[in-house]
Design a binder for this molecule. Structure first.
Ligand code: IMP
Ligand code: MG
Length: 178
């Protein structure tokens, strides 16, 4: 697998993002809302790179019926989401690709009466964006290639890699091919 972003580059950038977010949210009641499942590694590292009080919550978003690169209908499960009224919400996902997932999440979350809603992602595939907004915080802009690692999966595998790699044909057989 070809490494696109190294473990050290990610570490350094996550520290920078943590500092930025800490400055922006000082003295505001912040809830970092991680999108399952891809955001879990970034969530764990990013909250430890912040220096402001915050709460952590989780929401799930997945698209069914599409292929791996063209998502189908978006399903959002907010059953784990606590009361967000008057809280400043930072929605955290692994990647902003077409932006449709984030768009759907923002629409749903508006109904929870937050004080503000912003978005943060590790990766932004800016050439593929199909919505009229961009992520408020992003780690790296990347070209239109299918990537895995640091939470991002292919067929639910490879999330545990500490770097971001570009998936190659041989990797599509999985991590334990027989
Ligand atoms: P969007 O709705 O098109 O922005 O896609 C967001 C979702 O698609 C992400 O949460 C990922 O689950 C998935 N996705 C998009 N591009 C990639 C990729 O290169 N690798 C792994 N997952 C991806
Ligand atoms: Mg995902």
């Amino acid at each position: 697998m070809r490494v696109l972003i190294t473990e050290d580059q990610i570490k350094h950038r996550v520290q920078e993002l943590g500092a930025l977010i800490s400055a922006d949210y000082a003295n505001r009641p912040l809830t970092v809302l991680g999108v399952l499942t891809g955001s879990i590694i970034l969530l764990a590292d990013l909250i430890r790179a912040t220096t402001v009080p915050l709460r952590v919550a989780l929401i799930s978003a997945s698209s069914y019926g599409g292929t791996r690169t063209t998502p189908g209908e978006l399903h959002i499960n907010s059953s784990l989401v606590p009361d967000l009224t008057d809280r400043h919400i930072l929605v955290l996902d692994d990647i902003f690709d077409t932006g449709r997932t984030m768009q759907g999440l923002l629409q749903t979350l508006q109904g929870h009466s937050p004080a503000s809603l912003r978005t943060a992602v590790l990766l932004w595939k800016s050439d593929r964006t199909e919505v009229s907004f961009a992520p408020d915080y992003f780690g790296f802009r990347i070209p239109d290639e299918f990537v895995v690692g640091y939470g991002l999966d292919y067929d639910d595998e490879y999330r545990q890699l500490p770097f971001i790699g570009v998936l190659e044909e041989a990797d599509k057989r999985g991590q334990n091919p027989d």
